[in-house]
Design a binder for this molecule. Structure first.
Ligand SMILES: Nc1ncnc2c1ncn2[C@@H]1O[C@H](COP(=O)(O)OP(=O)(O)OP(=O)(O)O)[C@@H](O)[C@H]1O
Length: 219
């Protein structure tokens, strides 16, 4: 068996930003990518103003900070992106990203964060300019059945996620992402994610076409 080529050194310094509706399969695919390529990728540790849940350690799952400190650091321009959800702030600092070097940073973030990064991208020097990947469900009924099938969400939380999915898919339809991957067949989607994440030859053209979806089905 021939060993697969190592990560392309040209993409190591470009963070990979993954966005997609909740339930599309981001965690499933990333877990598999990380286990196939240990010590290759790093997840940046976000800052949050929410309280730690039992078992969460400061600096591991999140850096837990008070809101005044968070906003002070936002004012100082320390955040690459940040957003507020349900009264709590979440964000990624430049320092959290650079701390991962030489691992390639993967960011699994919400649309608000993606929009901030896309707005800033032309201002970044090439090594910091992210690659933006949108992971799409094959259809809306499939997205709904994956979300409810996961068994982790209440009806209210499913509704919130589907509302967010509508905005995410609306934005995705504008074609601003560098690569679109449809998570229909897990193995095929995993191979495409691997190609993009490793920056192997062909990564820029391996994407799928975004499926036609009637977003009214999300209402
Ligand atoms: N290609 C696939 N075919 C069938 N089921 C899948 C596929 N990909 C993921 N799933 C299933 O869909 C459900 C949602 O996947 P997952 O939890 O990875 O989504 P997610 O995008 O990370 O969601 P969140 O943003 O809420 O964390 C899981 O139960 C997972 O096993």
């Amino acid at each position: 068996m021939t060993a697969s080529p190592p990560i392309n050194p040209e993409v190591v310094n470009r963070p990979l930003v993954i966005c997609g509706p909740s339930g599309t399969g981001k965690s499933t695919l990333l877990t598999s990518l990380f286990s196939s390529h240990p010590n290759t990728f790093g997840f940046s540790v976000s800052h949050t103003t929410r309280s730690p849940r039992p078992g969460e350690q400061n600096g591991k799952e999140y850096h837990f900070v008070r809101k005044d400190e968070f906003m002070d650091r936002v004012g100082k321009g320390e955040f690459l992106e940040w957003a507020e959800f349900g009264g709590n702030c979440y964000g990624t600092t430049f320092a959290a990203l650079t701390a991962l070097h030489p691992l390639r940073c993967i960011l699994d973030i919400e649309l608000q964060g993606v929009l901030q990064l896309i707005a800033k991208a032309p201002l970044q020097s090439p090594p910091l300019s992210p690659v933006f990947l949108f992971l799409s469900p094959p259809s809306i009924p499939t997205l709904k059945s994956r979300l409810s099938g996961r068994g982790t969400e209440t009806d209210a939380s499913i509704k919130k996620r589907l509302d967010a999915a509508k905005k995410e898919l609306e934005y995705a339809q504008k074609g601003r992402y560098d690569v679109y991957v449809v998570n229909d067949d897990l193995e095929k989607a995993g191979m495409k994610l691997e190609l993009v994440a490793m920056g192997w030859k062909g990564w820029e053209e391996c994407g799928d076409k975004l499926p036609e979806m009637d977003l009214a089905e999300l209402e």
